[in-house]
Each structure stands twice: as C-alpha cells, then as structure tokens.
Design a protein around this ligand. Structure first.
Ligand code: GTR
Length: 422
C-alpha cells in the first residue's frame, strides 16, 4: 500500500514537471505529447537579463546570430564580389508601357571558376527611385511572367540548345505567373527584382558546383561542418544582388524588401538576419528551418529536412536530428534577429507540413524584441482565423488554402510595405 502510494506520488510529480516545462503547453504536439521549453530570448548566455535595445545589440543579438551561423545555416568562409556587370536588356515599354524591364548579368570569378547571376528587374515607369521586392524564383526568370523578351538562363550544365530542351524551357514561360502578382506590384509603385536561385547554387546535394567551390581553400571539396549549406549560399546571393541594387539608380536602396516562399522563405529570413541593409523581410510558408518552432516537432522535423535535403543546412545541423531540445536557439530567435525592421510571417491553413501554428508562435515570441524597441509586435496571442491579417511591426496571416503564393498573400505584403514605408 505504502509502496503503491509512493509510486503514484512519484508519477504525479514527474507528469507535473513535464507539463510545467512547456511555456506554450497548449500548443505542444497533441499526438506525441511532447512538451517543450523555448530558449529565452531575453536572457543572455551569461544570464544577463535584456531589457533595452542597447543590451540586445551589445550582449544578446551577436551570440544568437553566431549560434545560428555555426550550427544551423553555416558560415560563409570568405568574400567575393561580382567583377563585371553586363546589361543585357533595358526596355521602357514593358507591361504595356507602365514598367521598365532590365536584365543584367552579375559575373563572379575566382581562379578558373565563375558563376553568372542573371537578374530580371521590373521597375514602375516613373521618374523616381522605387522600393523593390527582391525574391528568388524556382523555375527561371522566364517563368515569372509570360514576356517573350525574358532571357532564358543557360547554366554550363544545361546550355545545350537542342530543339527539345528549347521547347521544355519555352513551356515554362509564364508558368509561375500566378505566384507573382506582377501587375499589382507595379501598379502599387513597387519594383520586382528576381533571379533563379539555381544560378547561385543549384539545388542538389552536390557541393562541386555553384558558389561554394569558388570559396574553397586549396584541396577542399565540400564545406566544413560549420560552413554554408545551400540556404546560406542563397542568402549570400541576396546580399550580392543588394550590392548591385545599391548602384541602380531606379531603386531606393533603403527600401529593399526580401521575399521568399518555402525553402526560399527560410533563405529570406536568414539573409535578413545576416544583412542589415534589407529593410523588410517576408517569409511565406517557410516552415521547418524557417519560421516554425523546431521543438514542437509538428509537420516537418529536423530529421526529415536533413534527410530529404542534406545540402540545405550546415553539416552541424544534423547533430540535432531527433534532438531539437539541445539546440540553444529556436526559430523565434531567427525572426528576432531581424528587429527592429518590419518582418512578415505568412502561413497557409492546409500547409500542415510547415506547421502554421508553429510559424505563428515564433512570430509572436519574436515580438518581445520589437516591444523592447517600443514597437508593436504581432499584437495577438492566439492563432487568428483564416484570412485575417495582423500588421504590427511583425505581420502575420493564415491564408486559407495550400502551400503556395497567391494574390491574397501579395495584397497583404503590399499593404504591409505601404504601412511601414509611406
Ligand atoms: C518541402 C520541404 C519544405 C519546403 C518546401 C519547398 O518539400 O520539406 O521544407 O522548403 O519543400 O521549398 O518547396
């Protein structure tokens, strides 16, 4: 009897301790009953409480950034700027005359190696410097708009011009138009600058191609454990395009907004955390390794992403497969690194693989830093109903529907940008 009572008592204490651990208990995975405790944003590694922007910038931001760099995305092991800019096209009569279209090659060389990034930009046809959305595309610049003048990129690997290849490429022309709301963007006074992310680093588990190999040390054939995976390489690419945009007289370099969907939403967040020149960041349905809290283990987990895409993150990130709780950070801290610049996290109700609620909670937790800067964060505590946007300095919406980018999403991003820029 005494033994039994003792056993129940031990069990009670254990269960109590377990549930008290999660400071967001209600949102823990209901299926496998994992509770979790988020690392504290406002306590430094040495235990110092952070309550002012100065303390955040001097003590806390750097240690969080360096943890993400060395353990998750990977550091960039050197510097390289483009050596040549080649203007391929400049047309003042694009989109029926309301836009200017420009296409340029940014050429990077190191030793015998080189890469070429082909940038497509549509500017509003006005005599002022415009704010611009900068975004990678997945399937080539010509997939963004059905415009026969958009140059089809040919990498060294796919440069063959046989008829069949040409036909496949042509078939993609305008194929992703529905994701770009180009007319809305231009009509609202914004430009759009885009390149195929494969230009920077082809999206495959192969570190011999793309930008990585240009920065290898003698004899190196793959990144070291704390060095860049593809997401970090794509983020680096966004900064190099920013170098170019700073020289572009039709653009206001103080109003460059990073946008990315899915793996490119993860990239936009990391690029925004890394390069303070970006004045706003939007991550659309970015999920695991993007905006979603890893410790929730809902939808895609670290093990899944590192198994299916072993090249996206630094090798060190694989140490956290099935081991999320030993990370010293979680993704709310990535969003916090963007503060005090406006940041937008968007989810979709059917995109359960990206864990919409986890994305919301990260944006909510990151709001604490915005509050320290005297700004309103997301302004709500619970996941809102679908199609109900919130636009504080942290923006959020849960769009009804699947993993995608729609006109509804773009309408929100334009409203958000207008609110903060005008
Ligand atoms: C999925 C992946 C996600 C997301 C997405 C995408 O398959 O699991 O993390 O990045 O791809 O980029 O389309």
């Amino acid at each position: 009897m005494v033994k039994k009572t003792l056993l129940s008592l031990i069990c009670f204490v254990f269960i109590f301790k377990l549930s008290a651990q999660g400071n967001i208990e209600n949102n823990a995975n209901k299926n496998d009953l994992i509770s979790y405790k988020l690392p504290k944003l406002l306590i430094s590694n040495s235990g110092k409480k952070i309550s002012t922007p100065r303390e955040w910038e001097n003590f806390r931001r750097g240690e969080i950034y360096s943890y993400f760099a060395n353990n998750i995305y990977g550091i960039v092991p050197g510097e390289l700027n483009f050596q040549e800019v080649e203007v391929l096209d400049f047309d003042k009569n694009a989109l029926g005359g309301k836009a200017i279209r420009k296409q340029v090659n940014l050429i990077f060389k190191k030793g015998k190696k080189s890469i070429v990034m082909t940038l497509l930009i549509y500017f509003p046809n006005k005599k002022i410097k415009s704010p611009v959305f900068l975004a990678y595309n997945f399937e080539g610049n010509h997939s963004v708009n059905d415009d026969p003048s958009i140059i089809i990129y040919r990498s060294k690997e796919n440069e063959s011009t046989n008829e069949k290849n040409e036909e496949t490429r042509e078939n993609k022309r305008g194929g992703r138009e529905s994701r770009w709301a180009l007319n809305k963007i231009i009509d609202s006074g914004y430009g759009l600058a885009t390149i195929d992310y494969n230009n920077v680093d082809p999206d495959k588990n192969d570190f011999s191609d793309g930008i990585h190999s240009l920065l290898y040390k003698f004899g190196q054939i793959k990144p070291a454990k704390n060095e860049w995976g593809s997401i970090s390489a794509w983020a680096w690419g966004m900064s190099r395009i920013m170098d170019y945009l700073e020289t572009e007289e039709l653009i206001d370099p103080k109003k460059v907004i990073l946008f990315g969907h899915s793996r490119l939403g993860k990239t936009a967040l990391w690029a925004g955390a890394t390069d303070l020149r970006f004045s706003m960041v939007i991550s659309n349905n970015s999920g695991c390794g993007g905006a979603a809290i890893s410790r929730r283990r809902i939808g895609e987990k670290i093990l899944d992403i590192n198994t299916n895409f072993p090249h996206w993150f630094a090798k060190n990130f694989h140490n956290f497969n099935e081991n999320e709780s030993s990370l010293k950070v979680d993704q709310h801290m990535l969003i916090a690194l963007i503060a005090p610049r406006p940041v937008y996290v968007a989810s979709a109700s059917e995109d359960t693989w990206a864990d919409p609620e986890g994305e919301f909670l990260a944006a909510k937790e990151a709001s604490l830093i915005y509050n320290i800067y005297g700004k309103k964060g997301i302004g709500i505590d619970k996941l809102p109903s679908t199609n109900t946007p919130f636009h504080g300095s942290v923006g959020y919406h849960l769009r009804e529907g699947k993993h995608d980018v729609t006109d509804f999403d773009w309408e929100q991003y334009i409203i958000f940008a207008n609110k903060h820029f005008r």
